[in-house]
Design a protein around this ligand. Structure first.
Ligand code: FDA
Length: 477
């Protein structure tokens, strides 16, 4: 590994043979380096002075730039962290905080400029580059056809690269599953710097990319997706903030049908037809992104995530209804506190229950009622504010243990949580067993071993690694 200044210089020299110097930023030019570093750094906790920062950032504008970065990184011992939209909850695409990585120099390969989208409405398919935002993808699909959509999450500024790598859960999940369930092909730079696609990488590698979490299996440059047409279905989520519950629904049908359904199934909510608005699918994505339908869909094209905030989140899967008295006690003892986090309840069921848990690395299918997320965000600087918020999240998470999934207590990898544990080294590679026990089983259940087997096949030297990347399987000693 590069531990010397000369190895780092050699890495940068290697890059400059193929990549224009204007696309490579290093701390030697602090203002442009820092502007690029912060351009999509979503969580302010990971831009504080004690976080270790990349030795360089490569703002790729061509696929060949990504290949060169990987090849030079391999040759000169510099690891590469890929960043698409920078929304990782624990900042893993632009920062390194944990012990074994402290002395591992890394560069960031920023894909924000690789964001072309091509929708083929006649075939209901699309190619999208990883640096596109989910909002840009929604807009492009909506512009191509009023009857097509694409299942993905609610925040329009998330990058397609990280989002699809971890699954991609949103308002169409009950009807069409995750984003990853709808991926048909991908173009990837592998650990040797080769460009591969589904037919040349093989089915196991492709399987691992569609939900195995970002970073571990290469740099995904672009994805081919299905854009399903939309029939009727209901998705109803609850956002709880400061002792107020806000119900948001997407119904694939007309207001009259939704009204009848809600009267029948949820009469206690007292929904009227005036609470419903008929909009195109793309307008509904703007609603979930901005909590209003009055913004024009063009707002989905705004890539700026500002204002960024400090963030800590944890998540659970609920498999049995949580008793009423438990909710009442959460309501009075936890939610009245000023530092209370936003609670998000996202429904499972529908097609999510009929997709086998091994179909993609994302294993949370049948048997889950809803996902419960504790999402704390704050703007005040300083450790006191951070500790108060984080201990609230950790405290409620601890208290919820009896009421959520067990053995393992399941977590969605895109809601990354370093509290679960971080990779440790076993020789030159990250330890499979340590990872399995601390976070692997929780994110991936029975799929973790297969992910490690794919890792052994496609990146045996563990080049693509971070605090929670998939380790290779242990070699027989
Ligand atoms: P980022 O660029 O930070 O990458 C995340 C991880 O993937 C990193 O480890 C990175 O190295 C790796 N990676 C990125 N691009 C890659 C590529 N091209 N090839 C290989 N590896 C790559 N999720 C959800 O399912 N539904 C939702 O509704 C939401 N909502 C939401 C709101 C907000 C405000 C935030 C901050 C996050 C969410 N998420 C979410 C979680 C989101 O899906 C998750 O953070 C994604 O990893 C974000 O993808 P980015 O490309 O933006 O992240």
């Amino acid at each position: 590994l590069a531990s010397t200044a000369s190895a780092i210089d050699e890495f940068l020299g290697c890059l400059s043979a193929d990549i224009p110097s204007g696309l490579i930023q290093t701390p030697a030019t602090p203002s442009s380096y820092s502007a690029l570093l912060l351009s999509t750094a979503r969580n302010l906790r990971y831009v504080l002075p004690d976080t270790s920062k990349p030795l360089g950032i490569i703002a790729a504008t061509e696929h060949a730039h990504a290949q060169t970065t990987v090849r030079c990184g391999r040759r000169h011992g510099v690891r590469v962290r890929v960043r698409s939209g920078g929304h990782d909850y624990e900042g893993l695409s632009y920062a390194s905080v944990h012990l074994h990585n402290r002395n591992e120099p890394f560069a960031v390969l920023d894909l924000a400029a690789l964001r072309a989208i091509h929708v083929d409405a006649a075939r209901a398919e699309a190619w999208v580059e990883s640096g596109a935002t989910v909002g840009e993808l929604y807009y492009a699909v909506g512009a191509a056809s009023r009857s097509l959509g694409f299942p993905a999450g609610s925040c329009p500024t998330m990058g397609v690269g990280g989002h699809l790598s971890g699954g991609g859960f949103g308002s169409l999940a009950r009807k069409y599953g995750l984003s990853a369930d709808n991926v048909l092909d991908a173009v990837v730079v592998d650990a040797d710097g080769r460009l591969v696609n589904r037919s040349t990488m093989g089915e196991d590698h492709f399987w691992a990319l569609c939900g195995g979490g970002g970073e571990s299996f290469g740099v995904v440059l672009s994805w081919k997706e299905m854009a399903p047409a939309s029939p009727q279905e209901l998705y109803l989520r609850v956002l709880v903030l400061n002792q107020q519950a806000n119900f948001q629904a997407l119904f694939l049908g007309r207001c009259g049908g939704l009204h009848r359904l809600m009267q029948d199934r949820f009469p206690e909510l007292g929904m009227t037809e005036q609470d419903c608005e008929e909009v195109s699918w793309v307008q509904s994505t703007a609603f979930f992104g901005f909590s209003t339908t009055s913004v024009p869909p063009e707002q989905l094209l705004n890539r700026s995530s500002n204002p960024s905030y400090y963030l800590k989140a944890k998540s659970d899967h609920v498999q049995e209804p949580i008793p009423r008295d438990v909710w009442e006690s959460i309501w009075t003892t936890w939610l009245e506190k000023p530092e209370a986090a936003l609670l998000m309840l996202d429904p499972y069921g529908g097609v999510m229950s009929s997709i086998p848990p091994s179909e993609t690395p994302f294993p949370h299918r049948q048997g889950n009622l809803y996902q419960l997320q504790y999402y704390s965000f704050w703007y005040e600087n300083g450790t006191a504010a951070a500790e108060k918020r984080m201990s609230w999240v950790r405290g409620l998470y601890k208290e919820m243990e009896p009421y959520v999934s067990k053995n393992p207590r399941a977590v969605y990898v895109n809601y990354r949580d370093l509290d679960l544990g971080t990779n440790e080294l076993d020789g030159d590679v990250t330890s499979y067993e340590k990872a399995r026990v601390s976070w692997g089983d929780k994110y991936f259940k029975g799929n973790f071993k297969r992910l490690a087997a794919v890792k052994t096949m496609v990146d045996p030297h563990d080049f693509f690694r971070n605090e929670q990347s998939i380790p290779p399987l242990p070699t027989a000693k």
